[in-house]
Design a protein around this ligand. Structure first.
Ligand code: ZN
Ligand code: ZN
Length: 291
């Protein structure tokens, strides 16, 4: 049923698959038109990553250029220069094309190996939301421990130091890191759904894509350097957000999780002056009890 152009494929598919919704027809037309699943998944994944990464970073670049927004900047005196942003974007792009692109061709075979579905119809929105929530919790746990390990002397000096070049982060700096770090931390993002699928045998590749898009949003926003009265953690107190990760870049220690605050809270690794004060008070209370 493959046609010469994508839209011809789409029309052909629409004729015979009336039960499918618009998005499902777009999806099926892509795989039919490509006639090569590895290429279809690879191109889709890479394009999606680039579009989301730079698309989501763009509003933050614009916000950095507008002085009015300075009132919401966490480290107000450290606004990135245009040159810093260009340099960062260039290095991130270089890493995407040299490190990520060659690996992305393994993505479809890996999905097939673990039994991810690429067919239509798509799973229900409720199922996708539930699975994505589970991935957020899994990835956050992986991120907490591996990121904390990265702050151990030798690993920090040889790998993680690159990511800490910016003590006041900005959106584009989310993936500014050593390729080794990208692979180790990225394993939490890609490995969580893969592990889920290996156990439950129930995952659609679209759910994986949506999860990766949301995780990218989370990472870029956490690096944005802006804290608003309407930031998510004001409504969901366990959500980490920019306020949480900005302090990590400023102080180089504490706040190791990605999406949630619970690991740092329960293991007493929260960063910043308020957390230090809480720790001091706890110590003093303990000392008093011991007397
Ligand atoms: Zn770090
Ligand atoms: Zn960071």
């Amino acid at each position: 049923m493959a046609q010469d152009t994508y839209w011809a494929s789409f029309e052909e598919i629409s004729k015979y698959n009336v039960s499918l919704n618009y998005a499902e027809r777009l999806w099926l037309a892509w795989y039919t038109y490509m006639q090569n699943d590895v290429l279809a998944t690879g191109i889709l994944s890479f394009t999606m990553h680039e579009a989301v990464y730079f698309g989501r970073s763009l509003p933050w670049i614009i916000i950095d250029a507008i002085p009015w927004f300075r009132r919401y900047k966490i480290q107000q005196n450290k606004v990135p220069t245009a040159y810093e942003q260009w340099q960062c974007a260039f290095l991130v792009l270089l890493s995407h094309f040299t490190v990520e692109l060659p690996q992305i061709w393994l993505f479809h075979p890996m999905c097939q190996f673990f039994g991810l579905s690429t067919t239509v119809p798509f799973p229900s929105i409720y199922k996708m939301a539930f699975q994505i929530a589970v991935f957020f919790v899994m990835e956050d746990t992986w991120h907490y421990w591996t990121h904390r390990a990265m702050h151990w002397g030798p690993l920090y000096k040889n790998i993680h130091k690159i990511h800490h070049q910016y003590s006041a982060p900005f959106g584009l700096a989310a993936e500014y890191a050593s390729p080794i770090e990208v692979m180790v931390l990225g394993l939490g993002t890609v490995g969580s759904p893969i592990l889920w699928c290996a156990i439950t045998k129930d995952l659609h590749i679209l759910t994986m894509y949506l999860w990766i898009v949301l995780r990218l949003f989370q990472a870029i926003d956490a690096h944005s350097g802006y804290e608003f009265p309407w930031s998510l953690h004001h409504f969901l107190p366990f959500w980490a957000g920019a306020e949480h990760h900005d302090v990590h870049h400023e102080r180089f220690i504490g706040n190791y999780s990605s999406s949630f605050r619970w690991w740092d809270y329960f293991l007493d690794t929260e960063a910043g002056p308020e957390a230090a004060k809480r720790r001091r008070e706890k110590k003093m209370a303990k000392a008093k009890k011991a007397q």
